[in-house]
Ligand binder design. Structure first.
Ligand code: SF4
Length: 270
């Protein structure tokens, strides 16, 4: 262990690093480490809670992504520390925007390059669909992952809830392309706005998706009108039927059988 570096109690993140950090609470279900190059996002998802977390006005957040001040220099500083302890963890991008938002995403590519140069893995979680293909050459099958959030297969439904994001067809075609390049792919089924839509997504995409992370929705009308116990039962039955790898997120875990195998961390690369 490097003399000047101390790990946090999680045993993964480094004390004092706040650019490459361990996401707290339920965000930690997505990844052990994360980094956030931007604030704001032009995808304008109606259910987005990030403006609340960042204490930004929704109009300002929806106006588009803005690069965080001196992000790249600060990223390199943290990445040097992780490199000095030989960390090979995967870093997720991002919780404060979308890595392939509709604006200039040059910084996303630079971020991936810095992480790889310092021995770290990475995972992008996006609704940007084919915008991400620009960077497909940087993804390494044995280190990195590509993930997309899907709430429906239906374009009109998506346009209502995720006005500025790529259409589901484009997101799905992009997942397939990453899969064909040998990259580990996963899908975030959260928020679940319509349980039948989420089940249909698994049926339609499982041949080229390696893992599903399945959650529910909070703070919207369907929070109360959906039978989450029934959804949990149906979704685990479907995953068993199709033999798909999945993780049931914290909010749905009360509805799982007590002995259900549900590891929060599985290998997210090939
Ligand atoms: S893509 Fe993510 S960060 Fe961007 S508006 Fe939608 S939920 Fe928010």
């Amino acid at each position: 262990m490097n003399n000047h570096i101390t790990l946090n109690p999680d045993g993964i993140s480094i004390k004092g690093c706040n650019i490459i950090y361990a996401p707290a609470g339920q965000a930690g279900e997505y990844a052990p480490l994360a980094t956030n190059p931007y604030r704001g996002c032009g995808h304008k998802c109606a259910y987005c809670y990030v403006p609340l977390v960042l204490k930004m006005k929704r109009e300002e957040f929806d106006a588009g992504a803005v690069e965080r001040k001196d992000f790249l220099a600060r990223l390199i500083k943290d990445a040097n520390k992780y490199q000095s302890i030989g960390s090979r963890e995967q870093v997720m991008i991002t919780f404060s925007s979308d890595p392939y938002h509709p604006g200039d995403t040059t910084l996303t590519r630079q971020t991936l390059e810095v992480l790889a140069e310092h021995g770290l893995g990475f995972c992008t979680l996006t609704k940007g669909g084919s915008r991400s293909l620009r960077d497909i050459d940087l993804f390494r099958p044995d280190r990195d992952a590509f993930a997309s959030t899907l709430t429906s297969l239906d374009a009109q439904f998506a346009q209502k809830w995720e006005r500025g994001a790529a259409l589901p067809e484009d997101r799905i075609a992009t997942l397939r392309k990453f899969h064909e390049r040998g990259i580990f792919t996963w899908v975030s089924l959260e928020p679940t706005l319509d349980v039948d839509a989420s089940l249909a997504i698994i049926r339609a995409t499982h041949p080229f998706v390696d893992l599903y992370k399945i959650g529910r929705v909070n703070y919207l009308p369907m929070t109360k009108t959906t039978d989450w116990a029934d959804y949990t039962r149906r979704v685990v039955d479907l995953c068993a039927e199709l033999s798909v790898q999945h993780y049931i997120k914290h909010d749905l875990q009360p509805y799982l059988p007590s002995d259900y195998p549900n590891p929060v961390r599985v290998q997210q690369h090939h």
